[in-house]
Design a protein around this ligand. Structure first.
Ligand code: FMN
Length: 175
């Protein structure tokens, strides 16, 4: 079987100001079968080229959404991308089968510690519960949703632990 082609949609509002997302994106940039696509840089005016994005999606087997956790969800830049790219007739509805059988992999980081994402924790809900809209999106679009890769306590993570996490992320994409 050939190596799956992987599209990493990096969705940070300002990658230049990022520590974690930027480090993770840098750690996989040289992988041969991986395309790293910084959507905030590609579309600083938010005018997303739907045709180009849909072509990229068609050309890849694994789609990674790599983003910082913002307000218990994906950042606005990724939500805008979803609104413009996952259109009727492409991603769902009549003839909308372009994403069927692909894998959707989430890679995110949270400010809150792991223990805060629990029913009795500070944030009241688990990450998986908060990801219900993404589960529904994957189902509607016929994609298989992989187990999310989450780095908790991202604001205070040590350089060593961040490097270790990046190594694991790279190994996942290289597999
Ligand atoms: C606008 C905004 C909203 C955020 N919302 C959350 C949140 O809901 N839950 C949480 O745990 N962390 C939240 N954070 C913290 C970020 O998830 C954290 O700083 C980020 O993962 C670090 O990655 P970066 O260095 O790539 O920016 C938020 C940060 C910002 C700037």
């Amino acid at each position: 079987m050939s190596t799956p082609r992987t599209l990493v949609v990096v969705a940070h509002p300002d990658l230049a100001a990022s520590r974690v997302t930027a480090h993770l994106a840098q750690s996989i940039r040289d992988l041969e079968h991986v395309t790293v696509h910084d959507i905030a840089a590609a579309y600083p005016d938010s005018r997303i080229d739907t045709t180009h994005e849909q072509r990229l999606l068609r050309e890849h087997d694994v789609i990674v959404w790599q983003f910082p956790w913002h307000w218990y969800s994906v950042p606005g830049v990724l939500k805008t991308w979803m609104d413009k790219v996952l259109t009727h007739g492409f991603a769902y509805g009549t003839g909308g089968t372009a994403l069927h059988g692909k894998t959707l992999q989430l890679v995110t980081s949270t400010g809150g510690p792991e223990g805060s994402y629990a029913t009795d924790g500070f944030n009241r809900f688990t990450i998986d519960e908060l990801l219900a809209p993404v589960h529904a999106t994957a189902h509607l679009t016929g994609m298989h949703l992989g187990e999310p890769v989450v780095l908790y306590s991202a604001r205070t993570v040590s350089d060593e632990d961040l490097a270790l996490h990046a190594k694991r992320y790279r190994a996942l994409l290289a597999a």
